[in-house]
Design a protein around this ligand. Structure first.
Ligand code: RP5
Length: 161
């Protein structure tokens, strides 16, 4: 069955970060699949995933990777479907390596690059929701309600406890 969003990541070790994107999609009732697709370890899988993404009905791809994070950019080169990139935080360079690898795409093949780590993954889910909501009024209403609830949860004054 066709799903709207593909969440892909370079390694099993990325899943604790990338499941923050999945959690947002669950909350908003958006269909998705999660797959390990490594630019370096499984390049043929990357190739096939990108080549078939549009015909499979995917509308947004969220791609997370760390270190030499070539997955989002390579995926953007293989499909016209919008790719939202998540730089996974690394031990050696704290994810700055991931960020630079993902954000500096050449003209012609953009990746919408989020913040490093869990906040970036959650925001990738919200970015996908915003894209899908353009043509889905029911989802737009759910996303508006989600945003309103977040705003309402922020206290006006700081607390000592
Ligand atoms: C990248 O290398 C992955 O995206 C991951 O963030 C990083 C480390 O992978 P593992 O060695 O933990 O599998 O390809």
């Amino acid at each position: 069955m066709a799903v709207d969003v593909g969440i892909i990541m370079g390694s099993q070790s990325d899943w604790p970060t990338m499941r923050e994107a999945a959690a947002i999609l669950d909350e908003l009732g958006i269909s998705y699949e999660a797959r390990i697709v490594s630019a370096h370890r499984t390049p043929d899988r990357l190739w096939t995933y990108g080549k078939t993404a549009a015909e499979r009905g995917l509308k947004v791809i969220i791609a997370g990777a760390g270190g030499a994070a070539h997955l989002p950019g390579m995926m953007a080169s293989k499909t016209r479907i919008p790719v939202v990139g998540v730089p996974v935080q690394t031990k050696a360079l704290s994810g700055v390596d991931s960020l630079y690898s993902i954000v500096q795409m050449p003209k012609g093949f953009p990746v919408a690059t989020m913040a490093i780590g869990a906040a970036g993954a959650a925001n990738a889910g919200l970015m996908a929701a915003g894209i899908l909501a353009i043509s889905d009024p029911a989802l737009a209403a759910r996303l508006d309600a989600w945003r309103d609830a977040l705003s309402a949860s922020i206290p006006e004054e700081p607390s000592d406890v």
